[in-house]
Design a protein around this ligand. Structure first.
Ligand code: IDP
Ligand code: MG
Length: 150
């Protein structure tokens, strides 16, 4: 099964949407294997968004992500990287598909509620950046034979 890194950003936490966003991933059949609630340090924010360092929105992005606590998670499932990106929707909420988190709960790209890894490679790197190996929980979910064809 594939794993992906997911974060509910400060706006999702402040607006009380944590439960509803997690519910969407659970209902889709994805399985949580790690989670922690934390205030992101400047250093972690800069490492996580290193790829965007030269973007005009970079400084605001770092301010946004360090402005209030976030919920960092790892989710597992078949093609989890693409599946979670789809559930979250396009980067710009006004362009995101109806039914996606970013469409249904947002309007502004600078307040787009969630992060999800965009490739298997980046998922592995982000999981390594945010979690120690022992913080990832391997567990069996008893209903999985009713969610996945095995
Ligand atoms: P993603 O989160 O959908 O992968 P990226 O292009 O990787 O989108 O951008 C990372 C984050 O940077 C976005 O989620 C959003 O918070 C912010 N961002 C991206 N583009 C803009 C912009 O044009 N203005 C303000 N913030 C932006
Ligand atoms: Mg991205």
């Amino acid at each position: 099964m594939q794993r992906t890194f997911v974060m509910i950003k400060p706006d999702g936490v402040q607006r009380g949407l944590v439960g509803r966003i997690i519910t969407r991933l659970e209902e889709r059949g994805l399985k949580m294997v790690a989670a922690k609630f934390l205030w992101v340090s400047q250093e972690l924010a800069e490492l996580h968004y290193a790829i965007h360092k030269n973007q005009p929105f970079y400084n605001n992005l770092i301010k946004y992500i360090t402005s209030s606590p976030v919920l960092a998670m790892v989710w597992e499932g078949p093609e989890a990287v693409a599946a979670v990106r789809q559930t979250m929707g396009a980067t710009r909420p006004r362009e995101a598909a109806p039914g996606s988190v970013r469409h249904d709960f947002g309007l502004d790209v600078g307040r787009n509620l969630t992060h999800a890894s965009d490739s298997v490679e980046n998922a592995e790197a982000e999981i390594r950046l945010w979690f120690k190996p022992e913080e990832i929980v391997s567990w069996q979910r008893d209903i999985d034979r009713w969610t996945f064809e095995m």
